[in-house]
Design a protein around this ligand. Structure first.
Ligand code: PLP
Length: 450
């Protein structure tokens, strides 16, 4: 009998995160101060992050201990299950073995609490009373609200106004966990007031919301800012995913030929892939593929350059594949993948040929999501469906060649709050969307000079 769920006992949760910076031959160039354009020093980040997170951001230690208080909360849903997709394999008629690591079992429904919990913990340790952040689709805001409620921190979430109006239940979830949710642009910040003065009906954007959350944190002594992807310490916390998956595959005596994750800022992809790349650095053969939407293809179509993390230009400059910080991607349904850049670590690995990337349009991605729901049962988040589609493409290739590859992908979250996009797909209203090259060219012309 071949197993469907491969489970680890609670005491087998990894006790350390894996820091890929210890093993990379080429590290990404350092972040730059947005004003002086000189390498940012630790104290430049002090108004935004607590010391422990700044230290992790810059650390080259290979293993970093997970605090006991964080492990105690991880144990509420971790270790997460690894599934063998027997029914999907059969439907595809593929000789490939397909496994998926399911992160939708967290209380917030995605992988994001893996970093929200340690971020809240280190802030609490440093005496911080309140965290501010932004959220687009609502997944990151939910995860941080949850983590703050566990550690008795106040949490203020600037939520992009259109999402605030379109996704009232994400807001209810955040408020249930005790967070204050503010539609952005708001009149609470200088950045918000500026936007509203120009356009009182502005629908908002992730870039504007980041500017509001950053301003909020910088102006209040008791408040720090929290980011759900892109930065090194976020990639670090997410490696719990791949570290568990390695143990689970070992239980069934298997090892992936290819590891696949969807890529917005890069955190769930990194979380699954980095522990396997550790083996690749040691000489083992394994491929890693980051899958992005054709509407926002920062790795496959972007330029490697220093760019701002937000639209307004308040954050340090990061070296990353970017479509330009003022690039406005088409409104696709996988809101979590609508980011103009990619994590500096992911960008460096891509540049060095250590990982691959692929981009697919959302119509094809939703077709794969529905096939997955009808075979494996789980309704995937539209973001996660990009990884499913990437895995299905690999498995179809195996069906042609007869090669029995082992495929592992990250199912980063469930889609229970995304049913409006399934509605659109099922009623034939969801179309393939592609990025506009001219729009990205315009945005790239606005890259900061360094
Ligand atoms: C936020 C999110 C993503 C994209 O973010 P990454 O940092 O690239 O992982 C993917 N899947 C889900 C379910 C998300 O909530």
């Amino acid at each position: 009998m071949s197993q469907s769920k491969i489970l680890l006992a609670e005491q087998e949760i990894p006790r350390q995160w894996y820091n890929i910076q210890a093993d990379m031959t080429n590290l990404p160039p350092p972040p730059l101060h947005p004003g002086t354009k000189r390498p940012a020093a630790a104290e430049d980040f002090a108004p935004l992050f607590p010391p422990a997170l700044i230290e992790q951001e810059m650390s080259t230690e290979r293993w970093i201990d997970i605090p006991e208080e964080v492990l105690a909360i991880y144990r509420l849903w971790r270790p997460s299950p690894l599934f063998r997709a027997h029914r999907l394999e059969k439907a595809l008629g593929t000789p490939a073995r397909i496994y998926y690591k399911y992160e939708g079992v967290s209380p917030a429904g995605s992988h994001k609490p893996n970093t929200a919990v340690p971020q809240a913990y280190y802030n609490k340790q440093a005496g911080v009373k309140r965290l501010s952040t932004e959220t687009g689709a609502g997944q990151w805001g939910s995860a941080l609200s949850l983590a703050c409620s566990f550690f008795g921190l106040e949490c203020t979430v600037y939520m992009v106004k259109v999402s605030f109006q379109q996704k009232p239940y994400r807001r209810s979830l955040m408020e249930t966990w005790g967070a204050e949710v503010i539609p952005s642009p708001s009149d609470r910040t200088e950045a918000g007031r500026k936007v509203l003065a120009k356009d009182p009906d502005s629908p908002g954007s992730l870039g504007i919301a980041i500017s509001e959350a950053v301003e909020d944190a910088v102006l209040r002594e008791d408040t720090r800012y929290s980011l759900g992807s892109v930065l090194n310490h976020v990639m670090l916390h997410q490696t719990i995913i791949g570290l568990e998956a390695k143990k689970q595959l070992a239980l069934v005596d298997d090892y992936p030929d290819v590891v696949i994750g969807c890529c917005g800022g890069g955190s769930n992809f990194s979380g699954l892939a980095f522990p396997f790349l550790a083996d690749k650095f040691a000489g083992r053969k394994v491929r890693a593929v980051a899958v992005e939407p054709a509407a926002c293809p920062s790795l496959t179509k972007g330029t490697l350059a220093y760019d701002f993390g937000d639209t307004v230009g308040l954050t340090p400059l990061l070296m990353m594949y970017t479509l330009g910080h003022s690039f406005v991607p088409p409104t696709i349904h996988a809101g979590g993948l609508r980011y103009h850049g990619a994590s500096p670590l992911v960008s460096q690995l891509y540049r060095d040929g250590l990982i691959e990337a692929a981009a697919y349009p959302q119509g094809d991605v939703f077709a794969s999501a529905v096939l997955f729901a009808r075979t494996e049962g789980i309704l995937p988040a539209p973001e996660s469906a990009h990884a499913i589609h990437g895995a299905i493409e690999e498995a179809k290739e195996c069906a042609k060649t007869g090669e029995p590859r082992t495929i592992l992908f990250c199912l980063s979250g469930h889609g229970h709050f995304d049913l409006a996009s399934y509605d659109a797909y099922l009623s034939g209203k969801l179309e393939n969307a592609y990025y506009a090259e001219e729009e990205s060219k315009r945005a790239l012309a606005e890259l900061p000079e360094v």
